[in-house]
Design a protein around this ligand. Sequence first.
Ligand code: SAH
Length: 233
Amino acid sequence: MKGWLLCLIALAATACAQGLPAPSAQEGRRTAMLDEQLRARGVTDARVLAAMAAVPRERFVPEDIALRAYDDNALPIGQGQTISQPYVVAYMTEALGVLAHHRVLEIGTGSGYQAAILGELAREVYTIEIIPELAASAEFTLRQLGYAHVHVRTGDGYAGWPEQAPFDRVIVTAAPEQIPQPLIDQLAVGGRLVAPVGRQGEAQDITIVDRTPDGLVQRRTLQVWFVPFTRAR
Ligand code: SAH
């Protein structure tokens, strides 16, 4: 009886009748983000949009700012680091061109949000975070959400993850001044790397490197602003 009343009070009568939960406010924000921030700016890849629709971004930000999870900007995640703006995540993911059979390396796990998006798209995801506290909390969230094929390692991503190389795709989500050579070396032929490259304290260019059978081909696209790529001391 009480349950029925609650359903009525929540004005979710249709959903209750069908045995479906009513969409939450966060789901509403997520849908709006897809339309207003991604589609409106030209993100068209159906798999990328589906991944952005599937991952609960609010689970990857500190609880006290969960209501801002779908804001059109980066947000602080502690340790002086940030979770990237939704559009930048979608843009870089689309540029990466991830296919379902791919094995993907990410440098800069941060909150784990980008890794979860990659987890929606790829067969295996390997992600490295240099700050142990962030690696631990990202791994906790990814385990809770069931991303068993997303593997988190704590360490300096400069050296990549040689035991699991080569990778079909590599994405760097902290800004190096130059792309670390080991990450290029760990790219499969036919592979692609996407990274924000630029001097500390300046805007960076999204840089796309393709390893073709004839060699490396590089181009620069969108200007972005990422936290610096740091090195283990
Ligand atoms: N992809 C993240 C956002 C990245 S913020 C997300 O979805 O939330 C950039 C992260 O890169 C920070 O957490 C920072 O600690 C990490 N980082 C910086 N230099 C690194 C390095 N050399 N190796 C691994 N991680 C690094």
